[in-house]
Design a protein around this ligand. Structure first.
Ligand SMILES: *[C@@H]1O[C@H](CO)[C@@H](O)[C@H](O)[C@H]1NC(C)=O
Ligand SMILES: *[C@@H]1O[C@H](CO)[C@@H](O)[C@H](O)[C@H]1NC(C)=O
Ligand SMILES: *[C@@H]1O[C@H](CO)[C@@H](O)[C@H](O)[C@H]1NC(C)=O
Length: 503
């Protein structure tokens, strides 16, 4: 190929005689050595970058005394990409599913993000089962007490048309099938391909399968790449929010950006249900602790009733308090003028507790302060719709910080990883509790040494590219599926690909 090119360009480069020789083994060897050297330098360049990144995060303020701009970049900039990018295209052997006269109906359960990821899983399940998917019913009975239908929350037409190369989706079950007996099925959680291949047997007896629960019905790992990419196409492209939610969400992002160039979205999961469920009463009054305990006892599907709050907290299982978030973000180096959007429902303890965070970061914005009463009324009575607004603002933020793990935190983090690894800072709650307790006992003071400690704890928790983790070591049997990192928390490697140079 190279030789042919040289020859055919003879006439154009007649003067440059030296280039017209046939390649000798010697020149080929030189060429190869050159290529090796070149790639070696590229490698060095990238790994140097990597080291710099780590060093800088360790100590952005002292020692290196970098320019203000560099500090800024480490607080606000996305982690280094190494040429990674989203990839959701199916492989060449992929075909749309055929199974037009079989149907699955789905009851989606849980809060907004549990439903979203569950619906994406159901798209994949319908594909594996060769079935037509009927637009899922949303949960109306969960904690969210929300009467919204699918088309109130999602763009139904877009969902149907975006996936028409994958599965057929219809708005309703055909009339003639409404009265036929349906198989009612609780699919096994975190199931793999062989489970669903077996489920195909049901088509011998039934034409309609009703799926009673949609959350976590599909394993995180060991599925064919085309199934994994289908999940990503479903969640990141097909399942858009409805046009009114999307446009209002974008408007709110614009409003935030008009107040400051950049903002942090803080998922402050300091809500009554979470505190009651986790049994975390640190910093609360006795009256408040009692209220949470009663709520827990009354909620029949929460299995844990007697919880030792101290042990929960030391284990890192409690959401950070508003005050702890303030100390944490200040220690990371964010200035007290930073704009912080509170992506959450009602904060337990209300403004009193929120003011503890405000004493560190006065520039706090809530949904209520960002919108007019009239605007909020449109969405306000629907928990899943206000959660959708929080989702949009969180994905679009410069930095996302969840104060607790959960479906929202995981799904937003995964989406941000997918969108070229936007920065997500995941607090090391166990490590931080030790730091906070040292502060309380006077062993440590707020300032540079606290800052160094907190920065050190979080240098590898900024959402930088890494492959999804399997189960923690030593965990066997079914528990391993539950303890694996969620597919939607980190869709790398299946839906995030590297260029040849990527490490
Ligand atoms: C299921 O769909 C695939 C195409 O995705 C097709 O090759 C296969 O024959 C279908 N199987 C059944 C049982 O309909
Ligand atoms: C809770 O756990 C802590 C630490 O293990 C212990 O000191 C405390 O006595 C426990 N409290 C109760 C009420 O059991
Ligand atoms: C913010 O920090 C600056 C110093 O960096 C300080 O002078 C100022 O008083 C602080 N503002 C508030 C409201 O804490």
């Amino acid at each position: 190929m190279a030789a042919a090119n040289v020859r055919s360009s003879n006439s154009r480069f007649a003067a440059a005689k030296t280039f017209q020789r046939k390649p000798t083994p010697y020149s080929i060897a030189i060429y190869i050595i050159f290529l090796f050297t070149f790639s070696f330098f590229i490698f060095i360049f990238y790994s140097k970058h990597l080291l710099e990144q780590d060093e800088m995060i360790k100590n952005p303020l002292s020692e290196y005394s970098p320019s203000l701009q560099l500090v800024d970049e480490h607080l606000w900039g996305a982690p280094t990409q190494y040429g990674l990018h989203p990839c959701v295209k199916p492989t060449t052997k992929y075909k749309a599913s055929e199974g037009w006269d079989r149907y699955i109906t789905v009851k989606s359960n849980g809060g907004l993000n549990q439903m979203r990821t569950g619906i994406a899983d159901m798209v994949a399940v319908a594909y594996i089962l060769n079935a037509t998917l009927v637009i899922p019913q949303l949960d109306k009975r969960s904690f969210w007490q929300d009467s919204s239908s699918f088309s109130d929350v999602f763009d139904e037409e877009h969902f149907i048309t975006t996936l028409n190369g994958d599965i057929k989706i219809v708005k309703e079950l055909p009339k003639e099938l409404e009265s036929v007996p349906r198989a009612r099925k609780h699919f096994s959680s975190w199931a793999g391909m062989s489970y669903y291949e077996e489920m195909k047997q049901m088509w011998k007896e039934y034409q309609v399968i009703h799926v009673a629960k949609s959350d976590s019905r599909l394993a995180n790992n060991d599925l064919p790449i085309d199934i994994q990419r289908l999940r990503c196409r479903a969640l990141y492209y097909a399942l858009q929010f409805s046009p009114p939610i999307t446009s209002f969400g974008e408007k709110l992002v614009e409003r935030l950006r008009s107040r400051a160039e950049r903002y942090i979205a803080l998922h402050l999961r300091y809500e009554k249900d979470m505190l009651s469920f986790t049994g975390c009463t640190y910093g609360l009054t006795d009256v408040e602790s009692e209220e949470l305990k009663i709520m827990r006892e009354k909620t029949s599907h929460w299995k844990m009733k007697n919880i030792n709050s101290t042990e929960q907290r030391l284990g890192g299982f409690c959401p950070l308090t508003p005050m702890e978030v303030g100390i944490f973000l200040q220690a990371l180096g964010y200035s007290n003028t930073t704009l912080i959007y509170i992506a959450a429902g009602e904060i337990y303890g209300g403004n009193t507790r929120l003011s503890e965070l405000k004493s560190y970061f006065p520039n706090i914005v809530t949904k209520e302060s960002l919108t007019t009463e009239v605007e909020l009324k449109t969405f306000g009575n629907h928990a899943s719709q206000t959660a959708a607004l929080d989702y949009i603002i969180s994905v679009e933020s410069d930095v996302f910080v969840p104060s607790h793990s959960g479906n929202m935190a995981r799904t937003v983090e995964g989406h941000r990883r997918f969108l070229n690894h936007r920065k997500t800072i995941t607090p090391d709650r166990k490590g931080l509790v030790e730091v906070f307790d040292k502060l309380e006992s006077g062993q440590l003071k707020e300032g540079q040494s606290l800052s160094n400690l907190v920065i050190q704890l979080h240098k590898k928790r900024q959402g930088a590219p890494r492959k999804r983790g399997g189960p923690p070591p030593g965990i066997k049997g079914r528990a391993r599926f539950r303890t694996e990192e969620s597919f939607y928390e980190n869709p790398y490697p299946e839906c995030i690909c590297g260029s040849k140079l990527a490490l």
